[in-house]
Write a protein that binds this ligand. Structure first.
Ligand SMILES: *Cc1c(COP(=O)(O)O)cnc(C)c1O
Length: 397
């Protein structure tokens, strides 16, 4: 393992360049093979760098993974979410029910269209929004629900879909953390009207930057294709029927994505192996009441995005910061993850939400720590992380 320049995620809390040790255990690390690198070289040596066969192959492969009819590739997961919101016609004054415990893109895509994110709390056992809380948040202005598989956890998605159906509202599944995941006989990415994937370097498959919309709806597929390409409507005379964007994904990126999808099962199983190693090594700390393991259902088929522990309630924000710094000094990159979305300044300005309104999300946001996690992590590295945790808790528990 080399120094932090190969790490996929920069940590927001800590400057890594002062790290006194030689060996860094990075927060995330992409797993890319020689064959994948060659596929990129092949594209660069060919004559199509955009809008070519790699894009189509990547789209088809992702649609298949989700069990959907269409895949529409875009340049990020955020772009994918934005085009789902646009395609459903969500606009100024509409309400969209979503989670306060996610990556900020889940909320930003609603705010892009001046619609109102209506947060409902998550539950402590799953980190996903509580189905009953959605029911009580629905008003005459509710246009859609936008739930997230927190850290890859697919639980409740069948129930969210049923709630949306019962109330005649749309559902966008932010599946950006659950690529390849399942819930019973359903795939992550198959729930609601449209779903999104993201391919940032810490995700289950990566293209550096990239995203995908998957849907069964012809109209959403058509409008997303148009929106990603300036609103182009096709035909001989270029016609732009709507105000669109340049959210296109190039062939170099698509080639890498396609090759990564082909290796999905291997990548997921490597991730599970690391997660299960953490689970068993952390058992003693769990039993002694220092921390909780990540919530994840159907563990044998789970698609792990990150490995996030939650330290016990008695530890506060300062304790957590000190623990993250302690690990950082040993070259172990950790991060507080996620921050509560309703407390971010631009979200407060747009919505007026305040501290205290979503106590579970706030509690979880204040107590979670993402540990180093990647398909390339070794058992020895997992043990080193856990023994360092043990050391800190024995001195500070
Ligand atoms: C990764 C992620 C996205 C997409 O992020 P991009 O960086 O835009 O690709 C969206 N939502 C969630 C919950 C994510 O974790």
């Amino acid at each position: 393992m080399v120094r932090s320049d190969r790490s996929a995620n920069s940590n927001h809390n800590i400057q890594w360049n002062w790290c006194p040790v030689d060996e860094i255990i990075p927060l995330a690390l992409q797993d890319i093979t020689q064959a994948e690198i060659q596929s990129v070289i092949d594209v660069l040596q060919g004559n199509r760098l955009s809008r070519g066969p790699q894009l189509e192959a990547f789209e088809e492969a992702c649609a298949k993974i989700a069990g959907r009819k269409y895949g529409i590739a875009v340049n990020s997961g955020t772009s994918a979410l934005h085009l789902c919101v646009k395609s459903l016609g969500i606009q100024d004054g509409d309400e969209v029910i979503t989670t306060p415990f996610s990556f900020i893109a889940t909320t930003n895509c609603i705010l892009f269209e001046r619609a109102k994110p209506v947060f409902v709390d998550i539950d402590l056992q799953t980190y996903n929004i509580t189905p009953d809380a959605i029911e009580s948040a629905i008003t005459a202005r509710t246009r859609a629900i936008l739930p997230v598989e927190a850290f890859g956890n697919t639980i409740y998605f069948d129930r969210y879909e049923q709630i949306a159906r019962n109330h005649g509202i749309s559902m966008i599944e932010d599946s950006c953390e659950a690529f390849g995941g399942v819930l019973g006989n359903r795939n992550a990415g198959s729930f609601g009207d449209a779903s999104t994937f993201g391919f940032y370097p810490n995700k289950q498959i990566t293209t550096g930057e990239g995203g995908m919309i998957v849907t069964d709806r012809d109209d959403i597929a058509r409008s997303s294709r148009s929106y990603r390409n300036q609103g182009y409507s096709g035909g001989y005379n270029p016609q732009y029927e709507r105000l669109g964007y340049n959210y296109r994904l190039n062939e170099v990126t698509a080639a890498l994505g396609y090759q990564q999808v082909l290796r999905l099962e291997e990548l997921l199983s490597k991730r599970r192996k690391v997660a299960f190693a953490y689970d068993s090594c952390l058992g003693e700390l769990v039993d002694n009441g220092f921390l909780s393991l990540p919530p994840m259902m159907e563990r044998e088929r789970a698609s792990f995005f990150v490995y996030v522990i939650r330290i016990a309630e008695r530890f506060d924000a300062t304790d957590r910061r000190r623990l993250i710094e302690f690990l950082g000094q040993k070259g172990i990159q950790c991060s507080s993850y996620f921050e509560a979305i309703h407390l971010q300044p631009h979200v407060i300005a747009a919505t007026g939400y305040r501290k205290g309104q979503f106590p579970v999300a706030e509690h979880v946001a204040e107590h979670t720590i993402a540990l180093p996690f990647s398909p390339l992590m070794t058992a020895k590295q997992v043990e080193l992380v856990v023994s360092s945790l043990q050391q800190w808790f024995s001195q500070n528990g």
